[in-house]
Design a protein around this ligand. Structure first.
Ligand code: URA
Length: 243
C-alpha cells in the first residue's frame, strides 16, 4: 500500500505537490468515490482516476521506441531533442529513462523504463545480453573481418572487444552486415568497423536479447512491452551467462 499522492505522482508526469492539489480539489476518485485525502492508502488493485482518467496501476513501465535519427538517448539535453521529448503525452511519466544508449544518428530499438533494476540487468557487462544491429558500410565485408569480429576486435588504444558475430547480408552493391555484440562500449559497432577500415553510413538496432523491433512500429513511434516481451530481453545470449 502507498499514499494516494505518491501513487499518482509515480504513475504520471505530475509532481507530488500537483497531485496533492488535485486530490484536495476533489478531482481524484478512488474506487468510484471522490477522495480528498492525499495520505489515503491505495495499491495496484485500487481504481484511481484523475479528472476522470484512469491511472495505470503498474508502478513500472517498459516502452519500445523505434528511435529516429536526430534525437539523443538522454532524459534531458540543452541542445538536442531527447527520446523522452518525442514520447506522446500519454506515455510520459516522471522517472522514465532510456535503458542504454544509441548514438544520435542510430535508429531502432530502444527501451525506455522507470525500472532501474531492469536497466541494470540489461546493461550489466556480466549479463552479456546480445544486441543486434543492421549496419550499412562503405566497402566490402571480408572473411577476414568476420574472423576478427569472432576473435574480438582490438581498438587502436588496445581495448579488446568480446567476440561478436558479423554476418554479411550485402545485396548487389549495398554493403550491409548484421552484427551482434554482447556489450555496449561507446560507438562500439562504428569503432569495430573503423578498425577494419570501413565507415558505418547507417546503423539500426533490431534486437536486444530475443526482443525484436516490432516491424509494424513506424520510426519515432512507441508501444508498451508485454510481460512476455520484457522476459525476452533476457533470453538468447550468444555467450555463456556467467551469473
Ligand atoms: N554501436 C555504435 O557505434 N552506435 C550505436 O548507437 C550503438 C552501437
Amino acid at each position: 500500500m502507498e499514499r494516494l499522492d505518491k501513487f499518482i505522482a509515480d504513475r504520471g508526469d505530475l509532481s507530488r505537490r500537483d497531485a496533492q492539489k488535485l486530490i484536495k480539489g476533489g478531482e481524484v476518485t478512488v474506487d468510484g468515490a471522490v477522495c480528498r485525502q492525499p495520505d489515503r492508502k491505495v495499491d495496484e488493485s485500487s481504481a484511481v482516476s484523475v479528472r476522470g482518467q484512469a491511472v495505470s496501476g503498474e508502478k513500472f513501465v517498459y516502452i519500445m521506441l523505434n528511435k529516429p535519427a536526430g534525437v539523443v538517448s538522454a532524459t534531458e539535453d540543452r541542445r538536442d531533442r531527447t527520446v523522452i521529448d518525442i514520447l506522446p503525452k500519454e506515455y510520459r511519466r516522471r522517472g522514465l529513462f532510456p535503458a542504454g544508449r544509441l548514438d544520435k544518428d542510430t535508429e531502432g530499438l530502444l527501451i525506455l523504463t522507470n525500472d532501474g533494476d531492469f536497466a541494470h540487468r540489461m546493461l550489466s557487462p556480466k549479463k552479456h545480453v546480445p544486441k543486434t544491429y543492421i549496419a550499412s558500410v562503405d566497402g566490402a565485408i571480408t572473411q577476414d573481418m568476420i574472423r576478427r569480429f569472432e576473435e574480438g576486435v582490438v581498438f587502436a588504444d588496445g581495448t579488446r572487444c568480446l567476440p561478436a558475430k558479423l554476418e554479411n547480408i550485402t545485396k548487389n552493391d549495398n554493403y550491409v552486415a548484421r552484427v551482434t555484440i554482447c556489450e555496449g562500449k561507446f560507438h562500439q559497432v562504428k569503432k569495430m568497423f573503423a578498425t577494419c577500415g570501413l565507415n558505418v553510413v547507417h546503423l539500426q538496432r533490431i534486437s536486444v536479447g530475443n526482443l525484436y523491433l516490432d516491424s509494424n512500429l513506424p520510426i519515432g513511434c512507441c508501444k508498451y512491452l508485454t510481460n512476455l516481451e520484457i522476459k525476452q530481453v533476457f533470453i538468447g545470449n550468444i555467450h555463456e551467462n556467467k551469473d
